[in-house]
Design a protein around this ligand. Structure first.
Ligand code: UDP
Length: 237
């Protein structure tokens, strides 16, 4: 497998073509952004930590029968993934109230959400990733009704697998965002799963161990990601 030209550069990852049209290289950079890209900083080790974190989680999800685009690690900061047509939609499940839910609905941070909520957001930084509903997805052709139903089902399955995984590591999976694509007609989990796109709180102290440390200027961002990884048994080298 040979890496070819850069296809796309996002806020934290770059995507390269390969000599196989069905596969892409994802390169995790040290860039860390918040507030729809309005604040960007470099955090040392972050590309490597998120790449290895994502690989670990994607392997766990695959073992649980969830189709993912992840193929294999290529280097500290790169992995090989299936090339998909991405749905421009973010699927968010929440087990505990935090973030935009608290701001939008005025509920108390930390409130348990039973059953967990499911929300959709349009991937569009210029519009501030607005919240959308299932009819918008179908009407504007971002995915078919069937594809969205499958993405929703997979998003909930991920919750069952990862809530248990993090619970065993003394962590609460507060919420998370997933993105899906279509590969050879099948809805497949894409993008990444790392502390950049989820909220993880220490079960005992409720300390934040995720990107909120960056968003809220709490410091110790990568140290927290590495601590989560250490508790899961990830080897960062
Ligand atoms: N999230 C993300 N990318 C986004 C927006 C949200 O990965 O563009 C994640 C975020 O890290 C959290 C979950 O989705 O785990 C829910 O985020 P929320 O809607 O509370 O938005 P925020 O408070 O992060 O703006």
């Amino acid at each position: 497998m040979e890496k070819r030209a850069e296809l796309y550069s996002g806020k934290a990852k770059s995507v390269y073509e390969t000599d196989d049209q069905d596969y892409l290289v994802l390169a995790f950079r040290n860039d860390t952004s918040a507030f729809d890209g309005k604040r960007i900083e470099q955090l040392e080790r972050k590309g490597m930590v998120n790449n290895k974190f994502n690989a670990f989680i994607m392997e766990k999800l695959k073992a649980a029968g969830i189709p993912t685009h992840f193929e294999r690690l290529l280097s500290d900061q790169e992995c090989l993934v299936k090339r998909m047509d991405m749905m421009p939609v973010e699927c968010v499940v929440r087990n505990i109230a935090a973030g935009s839910l608290v701001r939008r609905l005025g509920v108390t941070e930390g409130q348990e959400l039973n059953p967990p909520t499911f929300e959709l957001f349009l991937k569009n930084d210029a519009l501030g990733d607005p919240m959308i509903n299932e009819s918008h997805v179908e009407t504007f052709g971002w995915a078919t009704r069937e594809q969205l139903a499958r993405a929703k089902e997979l998003t909930y399955q991920v919750n069952d697998v990862l809530k248990a995984l993090f619970d065993d590591a003394g962590l609460l999976l507060v919420d998370y965002k997933l993105e899906f694509g279509i590969f050879k007609g099948e809805v497949v989990l894409g993008d990444e799963f790392s502390p950049d796109g989820c909220r993880l709180w220490d079960k005992e102290t409720r300390d934040k161990m995720d990107k909120d440390r960056f968003r809220q200027g709490l410091g110790g961002v990568i140290e927290a990601y590495e601590e989560v990884g250490r508790r899961l048994g990830i080897d960062f080298g």
